[in-house]
Design a protein around this ligand. Structure first.
Ligand code: BG6
Length: 503
């Protein structure tokens, strides 16, 4: 028996015919079903414009599960039980009448079950449809019950601080904050959550987790993928909005937040907002010293030739959209005063790897003679978020032999070795939390706005001054030269992610 069991729930997915449901949501729900996390009374109601029967919809979803589930293709018997929980309603989201039909369908399901279920509405639609859906649900009286109705929002959550505020105002005039679940799927990653376990479940690390012992922190989220078929969306987003505003900022919060008093959703989110509010404002007249943008040119990825960003589908041939960002942030509080945080993310990088590197300061006094120190390095802690989920601590040890020489050795743990199991997909964790009503891993309105506020000076400078050097890095490189300069100006270097070594 699992430790937590959600109550009877009807999950309505707006935009259910799209990629997100196909690749992520339904494979995740199916795995929750197989692991018996779903309540017995559970229904997925797909809503989309396309006219389809529920059988056609279910068979489309089955294809998605066959292709994308971490467990591979399911047995027919396993799928049958699950597919009985799937329904479909063709609807135009902008038409108020569609919501009466939706309300009726939900009523029918509940009548059949003879219980009052939780109603969860999932917005898997383009951002322009968010407002009509929320307002129509509101007018149809479908989201009044503050306890039993919840709504899940995908990113992008706004386009800048102003639009995020407007969106939050619109949503919170229809729903209580407690009903709102803003997804950042990085927070569903086991290794991102493990940052909290590592920091606050051990007595060893927290005492040295501050400016007295830490020299700087690097956060790298690198992908070999280009923009694929997402040119239309990406052209308006770029790496700063697509990755930094949400995923990298959340990782930054996990690494830097103060110890929470309890594991309650409000407490954890309060602590995260505190850090974002303490980020030193990037000075308007020094953006170049703190932020670097890049766009990939043609190049080689793992031996294959790939085209430049400007040649990708639905991308303008003179596009100014950045596919790479490097940032330097400082945090104005007692713990982090003077410690730089270097963040970088990019598409068409040499490897798929996400890592946090905590670089400790040198020892205060060197006891050993210079001859012992030729290979000496300060301690470094590497948190590998993906793909080799784990943690590595580099320490100094005496190299064997009659000469006294220090050398670096690594202590490591990987999820694969330690737990012999693959972690759940982020969407499994997050969907289960939505069903349970636990908002700890979701972004609150003030958090989203605080993250936009940090980036606002960069967004505005980049919008006002189009780049003159794009494309400025080859596909398969670690970004443009200016990104190296950004960190080298401070006498430091990017650490090449190397967790492949700990496989
Ligand atoms: C998404 C971005 O939020 O995260 C994508 O929109 C990016 O551009 C993706 O590729 C990366 O997520 P993951 O889980 O595959 O590392």
């Amino acid at each position: 028996m699992n430790s937590k069991q959600p109550e009877a729930s009807i999950l309505t997915i707006f935009g259910a015919g799209g990629d997100l449901s196909w690749r992520k949501l339904v494979p995740a729900l199916f795995n929750l079903y197989l692991e018996e996390w779903l309540p017995e009374r559970f229904y997925i109601l797909g809503v989309d414009l396309k006219s389809m029967t529920k059988e056609e919809f279910a068979s489309h979803l089955r294809e998605g599960v066959d292709n994308f589930s971490r467990r591979g293709k399911p047995q027919d018997k396993e799928w049958e039980g699950f597919s009985g929980k799937i329904g479909y309603l063709p609807a135009d989201f902008t038409d108020a009448k569609a919501y009466a039909a939706l309300g009726k369908k939900i009523e029918e399901i509940e009548k059949d079950w003879d219980v009052t279920a939780n109603h969860i509405y999932y917005q898997a639609t383009p951002p322009s449809l968010v407002e009509p859906i929320v307002e129509n649900l509101g007018s149809a009286g479908l989201i009044q019950d503050k306890i039993r109705t919840r709504m899940v929002f995908e990113k992008p959550f706004g386009h800048n601080l102003e639009s995020a505020r407007q969106l939050n105002d619109m949503i919170t005039s229809n729903l209580d904050e407690s009903q709102i679940f803003r997804i950042d799927h990085f927070l569903g990653k086991e290794t991102v959550q493990n940052i909290l376990a590592f920091r606050f479940g051990n007595a060893l690390f927290e005492p040295v987790w501050d400016q007295r012992y830490i020299d700087h922190v690097q956060i790298t989220v690198a992908e070999t993928l280009g923009v694929e078929h997402r040119g239309k969306y990406y052209e308006h987003a770029g790496a700063l909005r697509d990755m930094v505003q949400n995923h990298l900022m959340q990782i930054l919060c996990m690494v830097t937040m103060e110890p929470p008093v309890s594991f309650s959703d409000e407490e954890i989110r309060n602590k995260k907002v505190d850090v974002l509010n303490a980020v030193h404002p990037i000075p308007d007249d020094q953006i170049n010293k703190f932020a670097v943008r890049g766009q990939y040119d043609a190049g080689m990825i793992r031996g294959d030739e790939v085209v430049a960003y400007r040649q990708e589908l639905d991308v303008k041939p003179d596009s100014s959209t950045e596919s790479f960002v490097a940032l330097k942030l400082l945090i104005d509080n007692w713990r982090w005063q003077g410690v730089p945080f270097y963040l970088r993310t990019g598409k068409r990088m040499p490897d798929d790897i996400s890592e946090v590197i905590i670089q400790f300061k040198p020892v205060p006094h060197q006891t050993f003679p210079a001859s012992a120190l030729e290979d000496w390095q300060p301690n470094r802690l590497i948190i590998n978020i993906q793909p080799h989920e784990g943690i590595q601590l580099s320490i100094q040890a005496k190299q064997p032999g009659q000469d006294f020489r220090l050398g670096t050795v690594d202590m490591h743990f990987t999820y694969k070795e330690a737990f012999k199991s693959s972690p759940p997909e982020p969407y499994e964790t997050l969907l289960l939390d939505v069903l349970l009503g636990d908002a700890t891993l979701f972004m609150r309105a003030d958090q989203v706005e605080a993250a936009w506020r940090v980036l606002a000076p960069v967004l505005s400078e980049w919008e006002n001054t189009p780049p003159s050097d794009f494309p400025n890095y080859q596909a398969g490189a670690w970004g443009p030269k200016a990104a190296d300069q950004l960190i080298e100006n401070d006498g430091r270097k990017w650490v090449v992610p190397h967790c492949a070594e700990i496989e």
